[in-house]
Write a protein that binds this ligand. Structure first.
Ligand code: AP5
Ligand code: MG
Length: 194
């Protein structure tokens, strides 16, 4: 199986690059943000619990995320593996992911970390706000999301960075060029392990 974590701050291009990678490698997309937004739209209990936090730019508790992820990973699928977008976001989630993959007799192939400065992230998210109107794309909430990322999510890089398959990538520039870099890195890891 090919299991990839696409990591990075809000607006770094995780969703955009995921869409390109999914098509190329035939992977199952596991975006916890997208799943939560669907739960909110369907007004489920979990969605109602998550909405307040998301609208404040705060992370949703690990227990809720783990419930969501377990369900997704145990579904029947004919894909080649999983592409995680926006997960894991805490050390606890990183540990849970390891355990879940182990249970499925597989492991993480690589972690690709998109690096973009906050000025550019803010510019992209405010531009997206005008088109998509996501409720958490306001200047105050974006700043809160950056803060959560810095304090709780960025530190999980330490969990991965000394392992094979961790790569930091410049996420600024042309979409297609960034995609090509990601593909080269993924293919190099796959070749090495073949
Ligand atoms: P989530 O939906 O994951 O949002 P996020 O991490 O804040 O990231 P975004 O989706 O905003 O950005 P992205 O990196 O996908 O970038 P995109 O490709 O869209 O999470 C939302 C919330 O849900 C969280 O705040 C939290 O509350 C909760 N949550 C989710 N997962 C959780 C978890 N595991 N644990 C706890 N809570 C969780 O690009 C952004 C914009 O930039 C787009 O308009 C795009 O067109 C543009 N763009 C992309 N690439 C480029 C480029 N190279 N150049 C110029 N523009 C570009
Ligand atoms: Mg996204």
């Amino acid at each position: 199986m090919l299991n990839i974590v696409l990591f990075g701050p809000p607006g770094s291009g995780k969703g955009t690059q995921s869409n390109l990678l999914l098509e190329k490698y035939k992977l199952e997309h596991i975006s916890t943000g997208d799943i939560l937004r669907k739960e909110i739209a369907c007004k489920t209990d979990l969605g109602l619990k998550a909405k307040d936090l998301i609208d404040k730019g705060l992370l949703v508790p690990d227990e809720l995320i783990i419930q969501l992820i377990e369900g997704q990973l145990t579904k029947e699928t004919d894909s080649n593996g999983f592409l995680f977008d926006g997960f894991p976001r805490t050390i606890e989630q990183a540990r849970i992911l390891e355990d879940l993959l182990l249970k499925l007799n597989t492991s993480l192939t690589c972690m690709l970390s998109l690096e973009v400065d906050e000025e550019e992230l803010m510019r992209r998210l405010l531009e997206r706000a005008q088109i998509q109107g996501r409720s958490d794309d306001t200047p105050e909430v974006i700043l809160a999301r950056f803060k959560e990322y810095t304090h709780k999510t960025f530190p999980i890089i330490d969990f991965y960075k000394n392992r094979d398959g961790f790569f930091a990538i410049n996420g600024k520039g042309e979409l297609q060029k960034i995609f090509e870099t990601l593909v080269e890195l993924i293919d190099s890891v796959v070749e090495k392990s073949a």
